[in-house]
Design a protein around this ligand. Structure first.
Ligand code: SF4
Length: 430
C-alpha cells in the first residue's frame, strides 16, 4: 500500500510542477513514506532521517514524514528537536502536500529555522480515496491498485484503523479506468489492494463484481488481490475466482491464530472451527487453489496448549506458505491497552522457530506436488544472482525460475516444473 501511495504522491506533486531527482543528495525536499505496522519502524525512520540530514552537510533541505507514522507518532515527530522534521502528512492528506511543503519553505526562508511552526495535516477522512488520481510511474510486471482504504475491523493487535482511518471504497468505474490505463501501458497483471480488500463495497457493487468488471479489460491477463479477511468470502466471490480464468487461483487467508480463545481476544470474529470450514469450502469451490496465511505467535496470555492448536491447524490445512510473526505491542491498539505482553521472548522464539521449521517442510512438500506439471508463469526478469536465469510467478503465486534463453520480462509462458525447494519452483519453458 505504501509503494502505491508513494506513486500517488509522486503524481500529485508532479502535477504541481515538482520534479523528482534520483538521489536525496540532489533534493531540496525529502519525504519518508512510513508504516507503523511492524515493531521498530519508527526507530528505522529516525535513523534514516539522521542519515539524510548528515548527507545534506548543512545544505538547506526540508524533510517530511508521511504515512502511518505521521498519524501515530505526530507529537514526537513535531516536538523532538533532534529530528528537526519540517512537515508531516497522514495517509489522507497527500493532496495537501504542495501546500504543506510551501508553508515549510516559507518558514525556513523567513529565517524562523527548520519548522518553528511545523506544518502538518494528519486528519483522517471518511471519504478520501484518491479515486481520481492514477499513479503514473509504475515499474515491473505487476501494478498495484488501491481499491479501498482504511479498515473497520479493529483487530486488537493492529494499528491500521487508527492510522489509516475508516474503510471506504473507490467507485468501480474509477478502478476499471485505472486498470484500462495500465493495460494500455502494457501491464498484464494488476493486484487489487485494500486493508480488508474483499469487504469492498460501493453502492450496489461488491468485490466479486469489481473483479469481474476488471477482468473484462482487454490486455489484462491476471488479477490478484491482497489482503483479504476470512469473514468476507461469500460463495459468490469464491465462485467468481473459480470460474474466471483471469482471477489468479491464490487465496491469502490470514488466520493469525489457531485457538478460538486467542482469536476472540484478537477480535478476529471467527473460531478455529469456522476458519477450517472456510478452508474446506475454498478448496471445494476452487480446486488446486494455492493457500497462504499470516500467523502471530505469543499473543498475550497464549498458553503452550493454545499454541499447539495453531500447530495443529497448520498441520491440518497445509498452507503453501505462511508469514509468521512474533506478537509485538503497537501503541494505541486495544491489545496494548488491555492485555499485558506476558509471553516471554524465549517462549515466542521457541514457538516461531517450531512453526517456521514445520511450515518450511510443508511448503517443500506442497511445492513438490507441482513437479511434472505445466504451469503458466509471468516472467518478471532476471534473478538477482544471474542474468542467465529468469524468475516469474505461477498463477498460484509461486516463485519459479527458468533458464533465460531469449525470454523477456512480462512474457506469459508455459513452464514444465522439474524441481522444487520450500520457496522456489524450477522449470523449463515448453
Ligand atoms: S483486518 Fe487487517 S488491517 Fe484491519 S484491523 Fe485487522 S489486521 Fe488490521
Amino acid at each position: 500500500m505504501n509503494e502505491y501511495d508513494s506513486e500517488l504522491i509522486r503524481t500529485i506533486l508532479t502535477k504541481e510542477n515538482f520534479a523528482f531527482v534520483p538521489t536525496e543528495a540532489e533534493a531540496d525536499v525529502v519525504m519518508l513514506n512510513t508504516c507503523s505496522v511492524r515493531e521498530g519502524a519508527n526507530l528505522k525512520v529516525y535513523n534514516r532521517i539522521h542519515e539524510i540530514k548528515r548527507a545534506a552537510e548543512g545544505r538547506p533541505m526540508l524533510v517530511g514524514v508521511l504515512g502511518c507514522m505521521a498519524t501515530n507518532f505526530r507529537q514526537e515527530l513535531l516536538k523532538n528537536p533532534r529530528l528537526a522534521i519540517d512537515f508531516i502528512a497522514g495517509p489522507d492528506s497527500y493532496k495537501k502536500l504542495p501546500q504543506l511543503i510551501s508553508e515549510a519553505m516559507d518558514s525556513v526562508s523567513r529565517g524562523t529555522g527548520h519548522g518553528a511552526r511545523k506544518p502538518f495535516d494528519v486528519t483522517l477522512s471518511e471519504f478520501e480515496t484518491y479515486s481520481d488520481i492514477f499513479p503514473t510511474n509504475r515499474e515491473g510486471v505487476n501494478a498495484w491498485i488501491a481499491v479501498s482504504r482504511g479498515c473497520d475491523n479493529f483487530c486488537t493487535f493492529c494499528v491500521v484503523p487508527y492510522t489509516r482511518g475508516r474503510e471506504r471504497s473507490r467507485a468501480p468505474e474509477n478502478v476499471v479506468a485505472e486498470v484500462r490505463m495500465l493495460a494500455e501501458e502494457g501491464f498484464k497483471q494488476v493486484t487489487f489492494l485494500g486493508q480488508n480488500v474483499n469487504s469492498y463495497k460501493y453502492e450496489g457493487a461488491d468485490f466479486a463484481d469489481l473483479l469481474d468488471a476488471a477482468s473484462r479489460v482487454d490486455g489484462i491477463e491476471r488479477i490478484r488481490f491482497t489482503s483479504p479477511h476470512p469473514k468476507d468470502f461469500p460463495e459468490k466471490l469464491l465462485q467468481r475466482i473459480a470460474e474466471n480464468p483471469k482471477i489468479c487461483k491464490h487465496v491469502h487467508l490470514p488466520m493469525q491464530a489457531g485457538n478460538s480463545r486467542i482469536l476472540e481476544l484478537m477480535n478476529r470474529t471467527y473460531t478455529q472451527e469456522e476458519y477450517l470450514a472456510l478452508v474446506d469450502k475454498v478448496r471445494a469451490i476452487i480446486p488446486g487453489v494455492s493457500l497462504t496465511t499470516d500467523v502471530i505467535v505469543g499473543f498475550p496470555s497464549e498458553t503452550d496448549a493454545e499454541f499447539e492448536d495453531t500447530m495443529k491447524v497448520m498441520e491440518t490445512v497445509r498452507f503453501d506458505n505462511a508469514f509468521i510473526f512474533n506478537y509485538s505491542e503497537r501503541p494505541m491498539t486495544a491489545a496494548a491497552k488491555k492485555f499485558p505482553d506476558d509471553v516471554t521472548d524465549a517462549q515466542k522464539k521457541a514457538r516461531i522457530t517450531r512453526l517456521n521449521d514445520r511450515q518450511k517442510q510443508i511448503s517443500l512438500e506442497q511445492n513438490e506436488v507441482h513437479i511434472g506439471r505445466v504451469e503458466e508463469v509471468l516472467i518478471e526478469g532476471p534473478t538477482s544472482k544471474s542474468d542467465a536465469i529468469m524468475q516469474g510467478r505461477t498463477d498460484g503465486n509461486k516463485l519459479t525460475v527458468v533458464p533465460a534463453g531469449d525470454l523477456a520480462k512480462n512474457q506469459l509462458v508455459k513452464v514444465k516444473i522439474t524441481g522444487a525447494s520450500p520457496t522456489v519452483l524450477r522449470g523449463e519453458v515448453i
